[in-house]
Design a protein around this ligand. Structure first.
Ligand code: ADP
Ligand code: MG
Length: 779
């Protein structure tokens, strides 16, 4: 032990010398002076002694005051300075991988080091750290995963949990685990960092932990709402028939559902008024109709373009930050702006994007100063709201939406949909314009819509299905799920927990006693909804992985089939061309994807998408997700390194159908034929309808007694968005729980019959891997 001690002592001394040398160098001094200008610096000594004296503290402060980059660094520096550098191990979590990467890069630069020396990062599938790394930035998911194998966090001295005000599921989850760990590790220090002022909530959770606020300074920002914007830009609201990606049908409808009727009327009146003012007098009754479904979406891109033009032509110098909902929108808007004579001129405008999946080299550009007389315009997702600070922003354009997972209680499927932000978020976005001088913020929605926003966003734990979370709790082996979750900051409803447990039992991830099965263990490693994860695993076991990879990726990204309002019919016809006689939206997706790959190879991918009403961005996203899934399947040993055999049965249509069923079950509806009409019924909802764009909505009859579906939406009636026809034998053999327990016994009895009167090739597939399958469902 003393040998080890000696080595660490020596290393600590070396670390101190290196640190001093850097701080005394001209560059180091310059960097230090910049850091001293941050508001957090004046609190440094107080913070350090508070951390030394308290096991838990909560720190709040304006975005940009230097929490993320400075506080963990203060601890690191003081440990190094006191000759204990090699003994400390600091972890700082971030909700998003990109901020973990950006911040670690920045902190390394502030220390005059390369990334991966004293400071490193680790995110899923990627990382940069070495044996001398003592400050690690990682995603909250990574720390949770680490706790799986190392429940004491041995060797770790400080944990910072950042951006807790966002109330992400992983952060809330971490807090429960860490709270318990603190009782066992009295020497561990926990520091919580938050941007807004709801710090008391967290302090109370830790029994009245010390809270410290870092006072900051921002300049005033003037807010412009839609009504003002229409006036100043002279933009005419004539374009709601131009439906772009921003205005997808479902979105409008769900948004309409969310707004109370009175608000809807107010908005309608307001926009009508704005329409008249903007001298669009002769609007038709059709335009009137679309007013009723008004959201900022339907006027999205063109309005943003108009606002950007206004800023570039009329306003003072300063960068512009545009808040969008996701990468799809950002890239569409970028393409549109690139074609604009002013905004697309690289001598006048530096157009940059900022989103979760961008490359590190791209990231650096967003912090750089543009050349003189060039205006920097940054299209960003809401990650620019709090986790990344760009200093020279003077103008903010806020679309009022963010993508968040919403809990669709109807079908337990998490869906990533853009929805209205909260007042707190809107204020936060506005604040980004006042960092260096007074700023302007353009909110692309009327003031009355802002008034209808919730004060704060609901914590993720309360708005997403708990299926994945419960699976993770199980794999952490920390008590029963119910007990565990009742310790949360704001515990979810017992019913939501019970639903999740029942669901996990039904798909075979948990056994009757709530023990994790082998399937459950694999599912906890896959970053998708357990239901889709199961489909993937079944695809691998049954050796028809390729089409299943596409289906699962498509269902977890979104539908690549576009449905423009004014060309619904053409789009529907285009989609049904991919369906042949499959009676399946999922197989249509597989064909469309494969066609796109072929077209890409010949260099005509874009044309192909255009002709077939497909979104190239979505197909691209599906493509990269497929790769990711393959990687994880190989990594977890579910797939051989040479994956050729995993596709030996991909050509077997009814098998692929069966695997789709095994994942989507119990999302099942019966097909009832009566005389010339067809109707559909699910177990929970009774009568349902098929979504207009489903290929199955185009047939007069469907030669299958059942449809399995991935998603249903409620718009007065319940609609099935996507479906695949399945036979009795498929349902019997591959329908969820039928595979387990007593049903398995029945199947044994039926064994002979199945071979005899059911689909023989399917039964053969089924029995060929039965053993492998049984193992999956065991503990
Ligand atoms: P907080 O976490 O309180 O929001 P940060 O620690 O992220 O603040 O950032 C503090 C300051 O450091 C920012 O205001 C900005 O001036 C500067 N900064 C952060 N990251 C970078 C970077 N990559 N490049 C240049 N400056 C940066
Ligand atoms: Mg921060």
């Amino acid at each position: 032990k003393s040998v080890m001690e000696k080595i660490l002592q020596r290393r600590s001394t070396r670390m101190r010398n290196l640190q001093r040398t850097w701080q005394e160098s001209p560059e180091g001094t310059k960097m230090l002076n910049f850091r001293k200008s941050l508001p957090s610096y004046s609190e440094k000594d107080g913070l350090l002694s508070a951390i030394a004296r308290n096991q838990v503290i909560v720190i709040s402060g304006e975005t940009g005051c230097g929490k993320t980059t400075q506080l963990p660094q203060y601890v690191l520096e003081s440990e190094i300075e006191s000759g204990r550098g090699a003994f400390c191990n600091i972890i700082c979590t971030q909700p998003r991988r990109i901020s973990a990467m950006a911040v670690s890069e920045r902190v390394s630069a502030e220390r005059g080091e390369n990334l991966g020396e004293t400071v490193g990062y680790k995110v899923r599938l990627e990382g940069m750290k070495g044996k001398n790394t003592h400050l690690l930035f990682c995603t909250s998911g990574i720390l949770l995963r680490r706790l799986l194998g190392d429940s004491n966090l041995n060797g770790v001295t400080h944990v910072f949990v950042d951006e807790i005000h966002e109330r992400g599921m992983n952060e809330d989850f971490l807090l429960i685990v860490l709270k318990e760990l603190l009782t066992r590790r009295r020497d561990l220090r926990l520091i919580l960092m938050s941007a807004t002022l709801n710090a008391e909530l967290f302090s109370k959770f830790f029994g009245g932990a010390l809270t410290i606020h870092i006072p900051g300074f921002t300049y005033p920002v003037r807010a412009h709402f839609l009504e003002d914007i229409l006036e100043t830009t002279g933009y005419k609201l004539t374009s709601f028939n131009q439906v772009d990606d921003y205005g997808q049908d479902k979105l409008w409808k769900t948004q309409r559902q969310l707004l109370p009727r009175k608000r809807k009327n107010q908005i309608t009146a307001l926009v009508e008024d704005a329409l008249k003012k903007s001298s669009f007098e002769s609007y038709s009754s059709k335009a009137r109709d679309s007013l009723a479904s008004w959201t900022p979406d339907c006027i999205g891109f063109n309005l943003i373009e108009a606002v950007l033009c206004h800023i570039c032509r009329k306003e003072r110098a300063g960068a512009v930050l545009v808040f969008m909902t996701g990468w799809d929108d950002i890239s569409c808007l970028r393409d549109q702006l690139k074609a604009h004579p002013l905004l697309g001129d690289p001598n006048r405008v530096l157009l940059l994007t900022c989103h979760g999946s961008m490359a590190t080299s791209e990231q650096k550009l967003i912090f750089d100063k543009p050349p003189p007389n060039v205006r920097k315009i940054l299209l960003a997702t809401n990650m620019a709201e709090a986790s990344i600070t760009i200093n020279d922003v003077v103008f903010v354009v806020d679309c009022g939406k963010a993508k968040e997972t919403t809990y669709d209680a109807l079908n337990n499927t998490p869906c990533l949909l853009p929805s209205w932000i909260s007042k707190a978020s809107a204020r936060q976005r506005r604040g980004r314009a006042g960092r260096v001088q007074p700023g302007e913020c353009y909110h692309l929605y009327p003031r009355c819509v802002y008034d209808a926003f919730a004060d704060y966003q609901l914590p993720e734990l309360l708005r997403t299905p708990l299926n994945s979370l419960c699976l993770q709790i199980k794999s952490l082996q920390i008590g029963t799920i119910g007990e565990f979750l009742s310790a949360a900051l704001q515990p979810p409803e017992p019913l939501a927990v019970q639903n999740a447990v029942e669901f996990l039992k039904m798909i075979g991830a948990l056994d009757e006693k709530e023990n994790l099965t082998n399937l459950g263990k694999y599912l906890s490693m896959l970053p998708v909804d357990p239901k889709l994860g199961k489909m993937l695993i079944m695809g691998a076991v049954y050796r028809c992985l390729d089409p299943i990879l596409t289906v699962v990726s498509g269902l977890s990204v979104r539908d690549p089939f576009l449905l423009p309002q004014d060309k619904k019919d053409l789009a529907g016809t285009a989609k049904s061309r991919f369906s042949a006689k499959d009676y399946s939206d999922h197989m249509a997706l597989v064909r469309a994807y494969e066609g796109w790959k072929d077209a890409e190879r010949e260099g005509s991918g874009y044309e192909y998408c255009w002709r077939n009403f497909l979104s190239a961005q979505t197909l691209q996203a599906i493509h990269s997700l497929r790769k990711q899934f393959t990687f994880i399947l190989k990594d977890s040993g579910l797939l051989d390194a040479d994956s050729s055999s995993s596709n030996s049965l991909s050509h077997n249509q009814s098998l692929v159908r069966a695997i789709i069923c095994s994942g989507l079950f119990p999302g099942i509806s019966s097909v009832v034929h009566r005389e010339k009409s067809m109707s559909f019924k699910t177990m929970d909802d009774g009568q349902v309808l098929l979504y207009a764009n489903s290929v199955n909505a185009r047939y007069q009859t469907i030669p299958y007694p059942w449809l399995v579906f991935g998603e249903k939406v409620k718009i007065n009636t319940v609609f099935l968005r996507d479906s695949t026809g399945v036979s009795d034998s498929i349902l019997l053999l591959f329908g969820g729980s039928l595979l387990k327990g007593e049903m398995a016994g029945h199947l044994k009895m039926l064994d002979g019959y199945i071979d005899f009167f059911m689909d023989p090739s399917l039964a053969e597939c089924y029995w060929s891997v039965k053993e492998e399958l049984d193992k999956l469902f065991q503990k």
